[in-house]
Design a protein around this ligand. Structure first.
Ligand code: NCD
Length: 437
């Protein structure tokens, strides 16, 4: 298990597990939930966190984060990304493989894991590349990465699609043998050449080359069929279209072992934002239309989409403050994910706090087989926890975020909820807007 072992006692006072019932106190001793009750006696020397009636959730788990180390430490590092994660309520993140060099071998994946453990704010699980150099041609040494110190369990060429159906088929077969999971960035590259925006009336009016929904949907259905025939599991990264929802529903109804994530920005934002040509709104897959937002929200509520993945994608100012078509795709997500889920899912009544725990912690942990994350809030369980004040709002200001980059699409927006504190195995990793290391 990565990260330091906790020693000592923390008492969370007046918290409401899953936002239910009267406030209780939760005592955490040596990394484990030791007692839950009303007005617990505080042992001498214990750290006290006054929840003041706030919601207690299992620590959040993100299957899709870009931490940019190695290679682009000017935009994010494992340390700064871990701080952003802890402040966002996360206790485990999966760091994508599109680093420089690519994480396509165990030297890199083991190093990412070790640095994450030394930082100690969040469990950093490296994602291994499916193909060498993300080139889509030759399978990477998945077995070596899986059996290394990092114990890689999730593989993805994210940023690029494993577009060759034969390579994808082999990857699924190998992954099944190794007991690991492939996460696909579903984008048929022949349909998105030069594309920078969702193909639709807005892109046409603005003169931006369009990325059709079919580019995503054709790969989703292809991979569902390949997984079916290989008896494999497959995970779809950042589902973004109404059609993808229908295909996922169909595939799950057939008993195909397919899971999917949706990003907070695809639930909340649409392509009307592109009118300013501000590069901050460029992202892959692109922001789509209101009907896609609504279908994705309903699918997340119904379980057709399993979980939320942030696709936290930091970029330098000079890569964003430029002509729209030249801006790098991607937006920050770790520190704003939970409030955006509150805004899009909790406020409209699509999810209650149990549902938030399911889509942001329990399901993602299950999908990748983490046994110590996404656990029930109960005595004897590991104290991976986050406290959220659902009524304390805050205003996003890029430079104030812990991430090294500022490319948040929510600049100056008011977020409806605040992470009060995060605990990783009983160690307080973030509190009142400050990360612990
Ligand atoms: C990602 C990144 O920046 O690494 N960007 C993004 O827009 N989601 C990679 C990717 O998925 O294209």
């Amino acid at each position: 298990m990565p990260g330091p072992d906790a020693t000592g006692t923390v008492v969370l006072q007046q918290v409401r597990p899953y936002g239910e019932g009267d406030p209780v106190d939760v005592a955490v001793i040596d990394g484990t939930i030791a007692e839950i009750g009303s007005s617990l006696t505080v042992p001498e020397g214990a750290e006290i966190i006054d929840g003041a009636g706030a919601v207690l959730l299992p620590g959040l788990v993100d299957l899709h984060t870009h931490l940019r180390e190695p290679g682009r430490e000017d935009t994010e590092t494992i340390r700064t990304g871990s701080r952003a994660a802890a402040l966002g309520g996360y206790t485990a993140v999966f760091a994508m493989a599109n680093t420089d060099p690519v994480a396509d071998n165990s030297t890199i994946t083991d190093n990412v894991w070790r640095v994450g453990r030394d930082v100690g704010l969040v469990d950093v699980h490296p994602v291994g590349a499916v193909t060498v150099g993300l080139a889509g041609e030759q399978l990477a040494e998945m077995g070596m990465m899986a059996s290394g110190a990092a114990g890689v369990r999730l593989f993805s060429d994210d940023g690029k699609c494993v577009f060759d159906p034969l390579i994808m088929r082999r990857a699924l077969e190998y992954a099944t043998g190794l007991g690991v999971l492939i996460a696909q960035h579903a984008e048929e590259p022949r349909l998105t050449k030069g594309a920078v925006a969702h193909e639709g009336p807005n892109a046409a009016r603005l003169g931006l080359a369009g990325w059709p929904r079919a580019a995503e949907e054709s790969i989703v259905v292809r991979d569902a069929l390949l997984a079916r025939d290989a008896g494999a599991r497959v995970h779809i990264c950042h589902a973004s279209t109404e059609g993808t929802v229908e295909l996922l529903r169909w595939a799950k109804d057939q008993g195909i072992a397919i899971t999917a994530e949706v990003t907070p920005h695809h639930l909340f934002l649409n392509d009307e934002r592109l009118a300013t040509y501000d590069g901050v709104n460029r992202v892959n897959p692109p922001l789509r239309e209101t009907r896609d937002n609504l279908a994705l929200r309903q699918a997340l509520a119904d379980g057709v989409i399993d979980c939320v993945g942030t696709d936290h994608a930091p970029h330098a100012a000079q890569e964003k403050c430029c002509e729209f078509a030249l801006a790098k795709p991607g937006m920050l997500g770790l520190e704003t994910a939970l409030p955006i889920i509150v805004e899009t899912m909790v406020v409209p009544g699509l999810l209650d706090w149990r549902g938030v725990a399911r889509v942001m912690s329990e399901r993602p942990a299950e999908i990748v087989g983490l046994t110590d994350q996404g656990r029930p809030i109960a005595v004897g369980e590991p104290a991976n926890l986050t406290i959220v004040d659902p009524d304390r709002s805050w205003v996003v200001h890029g430079p104030d975020l812990a991430s090294l980059s500022d490319n948040t699409p929510y600049e100056s927006m008011t977020m409806p909820a605040t992470v009060v504190a995060t605990l990783l195995r009983g160690v307080v990793t973030a509190r009142d807007g400050r990360a612990s290391a």
